[in-house]
Ligand binder design. Structure first.
Ligand code: CAA
Length: 411
């Protein structure tokens, strides 16, 4: 038959700074449990003045290029909803920073947090037609809401880079998807605004409605039944949302699924995913909700990258994934939902990023709440030439603006 196609390599990168929600709670006079339990978030990544979606994307993609070379990579798909230009693809700066070959197409994908999944599916299509080619897919976002709004503690920043190829080493993507599009104003960012506008309550119901629609369509497309899916990953704007989605999916499918986002909290799922296949084990089935939310609790929302940061977390913390089927629910406000599935390739655990991701999360420099608020409020003008201060410890930096063009360099 034809060779399987999917994710051959994956990397996660984040920003230089972190804001701790304990500090945030103290400054706001809020009970920290509101964040840790109510939203399922502990911290959020926050970019330094010389970081943005390009520098994080290049940092995520650089190790993939170092390990795999560039042969056969003729396409770079960059998914983001916090793009830096209305016309030029942010991926062009990544192409330049990484010295990628000129014999490539580079393009940007947009549909809120969903577009990385569209990019991934487009990549699978390209490799299906040309199995010798590989496609670099990058999802990178900075999630920003206005200060003193309910969305503020769910901010975050991160990038995930993936290499899509035939005979992948990590995940084989299966051909059936459940799809749902519905025109809804739950979350958007007008061209003249650096922060998103959101109707929080509507966004939560729109997300769950999209899950219903996508799951129903998956069944109509003769996709796998819930009993044939071992783990489930959800878009995680905050990790409590994944729990809400899991409760919703349990209702849709009639299956008893573990809905605790903290390992061991229910006394059943141990957070390692172990024992999930045991048909006669008592209690709700552990589908990896706790293991897939560990990175995102610390990253905050990374919009397009969030679902794939959840994938990194699952791959790095669940030792029983070989041959297992993972369901992915991707959601983007506006809105699109897609439910697709993939099989984990045996040997995946040899490519764990657990140490490097944990090191990167631990290495972030904490911001005091005053310093964070000042950085948040500082808006860079694109009409005057500016040089950004050297702050980031990452491999690439945003150097500033000259003649209205953004400049990047190796740090
Ligand atoms: N201890 C424990 N829990 C507490 C608590 C405490 N002291 N205080 C409050 N809580 C709980 C509440 O009970 C509530 O739990 P449930 O959701 O289970 O009811 C939870 O904390 C949240 O509290 P509120 O209901 O008061 O809601 P909020 O004002 O904090 O706003 C939000 C929540 C609307 C999601 C807001 O964070 C927001 O607007 N976020 C941005 C939009 C967003 O992420 N939407 C998600 C779907 S859209 C999407 O997925 C795309 C995307 O990436 C944006």
């Amino acid at each position: 038959g034809t060779a399987p196609i999917g994710i051959d390599d994956i990397e996660l990168a984040t920003s230089h700074h972190v804001v701790r929600l304990d500090d945030f709670a103290e400054a706001n006079g809020t009970d920290p449990a509101k964040f840790h339990l109510g939203l399922g978030q502990d911290e959020f990544s926050f970019p330094a003045p010389d970081e943005d979606v390009v520098t994080m994307a290049a940092a995520a993609a650089a190790p993939i290029i170092a390990r795999n070379g560039t042969e056969g990579i003729r396409t770079l798909l960059f998914a983001t909803e916090s793009g830096i230009d209305q016309s030029k693809a942010a991926g062009m700066a990544v192409h330049s920073l990484l010295d990628l070959p000129s014999q490539m197409r580079v393009v940007e994908f947009k549909e809120a947090c969903y577009s990385a999944t569209a990019a991934l599916q487009a990549a699978v299509g390209i490799v299906t037609r040309s199995p010798g080619q590989r496609v670099l897919v990058i999802a990178s976002d900075v999630a920003r809401y206005e200060l003193d709004t309910p969305g503020e503690p769910t901010q975050g920043a991160g990038a995930v880079a993936m290499l899509v190829s035939a005979d992948p080493k990590l995940l084989e993507i299966e051909p059936v998807s459940g799809l749902n599009s519905a025109d809804v104003d739950d979350f958007w960012r007008p061209n003249d605004s650096t922060t998103a506008i959101v109707d929080g309550a509507l966004s939560v119901t729109a997300y769950l409605d999209a899950l219903t629609g996508a799951w129903t369509d998956l069944a109509a497309q003769s996709g796998p039944a819930m009993s044939e899916i071992d783990r489930v990953l959800y878009h995680q704007p905050f990790t409590k949302m994944a729990k809400k989605a899991q409760v919703h999916l349990a209702g849709l499918t009639g299956e008893d699924l573990d809905t605790e986002i903290v390992a061991g909290a229910s006394g059943t799922g141990d957070g390692t995913g172990a024992g999930t296949s045991g048909a006669d084990s008592a209690g709700p089935r552990d589908t990896g909700l706790a293991t897939s939310t560990l990175y995102n609790r610390r990253l905050g929302n990374s919009y397009t990258a969030s679902l794939y940061a959840g994938l990194c977390s699952l791959l790095d913390h669940d030792e029983d994934l070989a041959g297992r089927r993972i369901g992915f629910f991707s959601y983007g406000s506006g809105s699109v939902g897609e439910f697709f599935t993939a099989r984990v390739v045996p040997g995946y655990e040899q490519h764990s990023r657990r140490q490097s991701v944990t090191d990167a999360l631990d290495a972030r420099v904490p911001l005091s709440i005053d310093a964070y608020r000042a950085l948040h409020a500082a808006e860079l003008s694109s009409t005057e030439d500016v040089s950004t201060p050297k702050v980031t410890a990452g491999p690439f930096r945003f150097a500033g603006v000259r003649d209205r063009a953004r400049l990047y360099e190796r740090a």
